[in-house]
Write a protein that binds this ligand. Sequence first.
Ligand code: ADP
Ligand code: MG
Length: 233
Amino acid sequence: MSDVVVVEHLTKLYELGDDHVVGIENVSMRIEAGEFIAVMGASGSGKSTFMHLIGMLDEPTSGSYFFEGIDAIRLTGDERADIRSRRLGFVFQSYNLLPRTSALENVELPMIYAGVPEQQRERIALEKMALIGIAHLRDHNSNQMSGGQQQRVAIARAMVNNPGLILADEPTGALDTKASKDVMELFTTLNNEHGITILLVTHEADVAAFAKRIITFRDGAIISDVRRGEVAA
Ligand code: ADP
Ligand code: MG
């Protein structure tokens, strides 16, 4: 299996005047293609810091990070933005769809940033929407869709450039139990049947239970890393 993410001794300190707060400290781990990982931990344990570093939305204080074999630390801001738009897919708790914009146009958006020719954009967007079972929502605006439907549109948007990794920060945090289960079943199908690599943050054990591997943070460090079927140490 090929490595999508390799981090060694990754540390992020937030400077506060003369002092600092530990975001994460000395984190080493790898993610292989095809994995489905849930990141858990109490509030303030470093989950979002870790996600932001992996998503190249923030820069570490020290340590190394290779994404698909590329040394992310050495990239310029523009190069990072380019990888972010072409190789990473993001899903947020609040969906982050553009208002007064159709589902289809929302899904097409990352392809505009990635420079995909206009003629291809609609076809690819509809292909992903059909895969997820939301092609019928193509002309719906956000205010015409349920939370679960909006999150499916956001997931189609995250998949449209065939990213090497999908990062989802509390993707079910705003959904009721039924919609939450539906979204997690969708992630499971995308992972099992389409080989999509997923890293998902949640503080809910029943959401994490869908993943094949659960990593738990405490005080900025990984305190457990368990694959399904393994017994926790
Ligand atoms: P989680 O997502 O698990 O709740 P975070 O990664 O947001 O945890 O936070 C980890 C630690 O870093 C916490 O102590 C938090 O207060 C601190 N922290 C996070 N972001 C910032 C920031 N922008 N400035 C200062 N401290 C921060
Ligand atoms: Mg957080």
